[in-house]
Ligand binder design. Sequence first.
Ligand code: SF4
Length: 542
Amino acid sequence: MAEASEARALYSPQERLRRDQSVWTLVQGILAPLQFLVFVVSLVLVLRYFYRAEGFEVATYSVLVKTGLLYLIMLTGAIWEKAVFGQYLFAPAFFWEDLVSMLVIALHSLYLWVWWQGLWPERMQLGLALAAYWLRERGQHEVFCGLTGIMWLHRKMQDAFFLIVGSRTCAHLMQSAAGVMIFAEPRFATAIIEERDLAGLADANDELDRVASALIARRPDIKLLFLVGSCPSEVIKLDLSRAAQRLDQRFQDRLRVLAYSGSGIETSFTQGEDACLAALVPQMPPREASEPANLLVVGTLADVVEDQMRRHFAALGIEHLDFFPGRRGLDLAAVGSQTKLLLAQPFLAESLRLLQARGASHLPAAFPLGAQGSLAWYKAAAEAFGIAKAKQEAVLKPLVERAEVSLQRHHQTLAGKRVFFFPDSQLEPALARFLYQEMGMQLTEVGTPYLHSAIMQAELEALPATVCLSEGQDVERQLDRCLAAEVDLAVCGLGLANPLEAKGISTKWSIELVFTPIQGFEQAADLAGLFSRPLERRELLS
Ligand code: SF4
């Protein structure tokens, strides 16, 4: 027993004597509470930054001071252990404590390196110090409806028809989104759920079958019919997938019928496209492993942009190229383990997941916005297909140079101006990177409704360390931060434009950015123009 208790004692009598006589014991006694105090203050400052999005510098300094003290206490502790136990570190009595300290020091050293290199955005830097990541707003999403996606989807898939199963509100929204466009043969419409359906007095399925059958009989040009769910159809639990299956079977010789939800309760307006493409993925034929690898560009692009991209990929030597969606809804590429996919839009997380489940591999890259974004995007594909560097250079360099020349005029207007992004479309990190990297703008906050770090990694890495990145929405707090930041331009949803303009801040609606062809080298100047024009207009007015 005596031996056992001796084995458990922290110090032998000689070690205890040496401890009491060593000056390093006093040094440790002073440094330990000081370090704890600095730790508490630093934790408060870092938390304050995450909750109120202010005080990045002071929080960073506090982490640096804390790290410095950690090194100091480790160094003096090693000298103290040598004086007391005869070895610099890992004396048996302090083995586990030293091991944990080493891990803590390693984490802080990693933080120091990240801070020194300035590689990560500020939230990720402090997130490393806190083991958190970025500001997450938990307020109500002020979103625009996902039905909006039909506006660009119906232009792309020219044999598809979108039948919204919704209310008069949905019909009005689509009418205003369509603006003054009047089609002789429109390719979307709303089957309005009447009060009788809502009250359960009529069988909504029968009504839907009747409306869909009449439409199919009248429009032989339709080859793909989407039944698009809305808030009202979801409220009355109308099962549109079943309805689509039923109609698909009935009209299988004539056309395909699919369903997806465009309901706008908690989605960003761009997610309507994601839901639509996700409904199409199971229809894509399989690609055999023996077939040559193909490049699949995913995301709706204007035809003119698709044609430009086809030319550039052909010049690079990538032969097997497909776009999803194509110009005809059922012209679907085969997909399999030989498929390498490049996202043209960042808001397609669900489609990406389903394509990966079919064996496709994602090529992570910046998005093709601006000269540098487009360069990185094409390069990601070229590298994946083993295109020689010299070939890449020969094809892409002239395109970059031309795009950069076209951007110069806008650079003069935008450089040095301060911009704030409200969360709306999920394009925000990519747009922010373009404005910062190529237009010399100062980013204050980049808000985005949902942040998929696997999709956005390349964009996040290119953002400056000082930017505040926020995910989710809390409109009041974001408005306060925008006003406090004294910005020149805010990129926002339709609803925020008026209050911001009234405060003298130029605005750009994010929905316009999605409606306009902005991808690729040739569109770089048009993209910059969308941001520079509001500022030029304000200058003219003042
Ligand atoms: Fe409004 Fe919902 Fe209809 Fe969209 S789907 S217009 S959010 S009711």
